[in-house]
Design a protein around this ligand. Structure first.
Ligand code: HEM
Length: 200
């Protein structure tokens, strides 16, 4: 038990093992088919990846940027060295997994390729379609901001690319601005996607 709590990776694996056991019991008693199971697993992955992405958005906007603004130079340097690179890597990976699983979910949920997945076109009510595609548009903007604005800016701020002080200051503003844009968009995107799945 002590070993499990000594590492976050092992704690995560422990959670996955418990979940797999729970799922096996549920499927053993309730049954499912392959398509239902795949669809469920993709949806689960999408939600978990989105939770991590949203968690990073929350952390950056409400904790990291506030801490960086409030602390002195040595503390700021420590944050930049030990926290920011890890947050940035998680941010990017979570956004990749969210978009990837989201695209697969478009098929398993019947928005695209109905004939391919379900052997017949799937009727998706207009309002569900409108909500989902609006959310997807917002999500793609969020994704582009992460990879085309925040990360290139952070590379300059973290000294991974040579730059003068003016360029570093401009990059800092760019990172903070697009982190805010991610926060703004995250709310309607999540509302649109949960509504598409559950409002009707
Ligand atoms: C290109 C990017 C994305 C695509 C293609 C996509 C696609 C989808 C699809 C097809 C669904 C299922 C809707 C249904 O069952 O009717 C869904 C649900 C969902 N998505 Fe996304 N998504 C994307 C990005 C995001 C982002 C950025 C977030 C949040 C940060 C997010 C959060 C959610 C949530 C919370 C659900 C609801 C799941 C449920 O309650 O069952 N998605 N998404």
């Amino acid at each position: 038990m002590k070993d499990i709590f000594a590492s976050p990776a092992r704690a995560l694996v422990a959670g996955l093992v418990v979940s797999a056991a729970m799922l096996l019991i549920a499927i053993g008693y309730g049954g499912t088919d392959v398509r239902g199971l795949v669809s469920f697993l993709v949806r689960w992955l999408h939600i978990v990846a989105a939770i991590v992405w949203l968690g990073m958005i929350w952390f950056v906007n409400f904790i990291q940027l506030v801490a960086v603004a409030e602390t002195d130079q040595p503390a700021r340097a420590a944050i930049m060295k030990h926290i920011v690179p890890r947050v940035a890597a998680t941010f990017r990976q979570a956004s990749n997994w969210t978009v990837l699983s989201g695209v697969v979910l478009l098929f398993t949920s019947g928005y695209l390729g109905g004939k391919l997945m379900f052997c017949a076109p799937v009727f998706v009510p207009t309002m569900r379609n409108a909500l989902l595609w609006t959310g997807t548009l917002g999500a793609m903007a969020m994704y582009m901001f992460v990879h085309m604005m925040i990360w290139p800016g952070l590379r300059i701020v973290l000294g991974m690319e040579p730059a003068d002080t003016d360029k570093i200051a401009a990059a800092r503003v760019r990172v903070a601005t697009y982190a805010r844009w991610n926060l703004v968009l995250a709310v309607p995107v999540t509302v649109a996607m949960v509504a598409a799945a559950h409002l009707y």
